[in-house]
Ligand binder design. Structure first.
Ligand SMILES: O=C(O)CCC(=O)C(=O)O
Length: 222
């Protein structure tokens, strides 16, 4: 992954296995995704105490995910990740997409994605920007963060997947400051240290490979 030719120019920081791609999708693709996320009859939102989410592809489980094909409208980003960006290697496709919706004052506690997934995480952001922060599992302070613009893709892997926790805070605003160590600050137009940005709804689509799957028909026969 670190040797990936397509991605190497998008690496943030020196040694870190974190990649950030602005404008990963077009404004039109963005609109289409939003329409599909909110216009489905079959897929239900799961309401958590601090956000809503949709699972596509199945519900990840350490004993194996009963796998369903991903809906077609999620496949264009999947195809780009595999074919254009060669993210998962050897033509391997993500089999799971988690959609998270955060309103202002909603976030996600510090966590690692864990062993049910292959150690490559691809997060597409929609609607509004947010800061995602990373800290080493044995440290209290964040070591760095990334400002995720709408239509951008964040990819992290290797040591950042294995040894770091990531989180999104629960504020109603984003206060850009030096301590956050925002690795992509120099790429952001109109955002600078000292800015206070009111939070609005943000949606993320996290593309991953769940390692162990169970074929649905086999499961029914058991
Ligand atoms: O919404 C995001 O950007 C992060 C999502 C995440 O960390 C997760 O679902 O595990």
């Amino acid at each position: 992954m670190s040797e990936n030719e397509q991605l190497k120019h998008y690496k943030l920081g020196d040694e870190k296995s974190v990649f950030y791609i602005q404008d990963f999708i077009t404004a039109k693709e963005h609109e289409e995704l939003i329409k599909n996320i909110y216009n489905q009859e079959e897929v239900k939102w799961t309401q958590l105490s601090n956000r809503r989410l949709q699972n596509h592809g199945g519900i990840p489980h350490e004993k194996g995910m009963i796998a369903y094909p991903l809906p077609k409208w999620l496949s264009s980003v999947s195809n780009d990740l595999v074919k254009q960006w060669k993210v998962f290697g050897e033509e391997r496709y993500p089999n799971h997409v988690l959609i998270n919706e955060y309103e202002s004052q909603q976030g996600i506690m510090a966590h690692k994605d864990g062993p049910v997934y292959e150690p490559i995480v691809c997060i597409l952001s929609l609607e509004s920007g947010i800061i995602i922060s990373f800290r080493k599992e044995d440290e209290k302070e964040h070591s760095f963060s990334v400002y995720l613009e709408p239509r951008s893709m964040l990819i992290f892997t290797e040591d950042i997947f294995d040894k770091y926790l990531h989180d999104i805070d629960f504020q109603d605003h984003i206060h850009i400051n030096q301590e956050q160590n925002i690795l992509n600050l120099d790429q952001l137009e109109d955002i600078k240290i000292g800015d206070v940005i009111p939070r609005k709804r943000r949606i993320s689509l996290t593309y991953r490979i769940v390692k162990k799957t169970i074929n649905k028909s086999k499961w029914i026969r058991l």
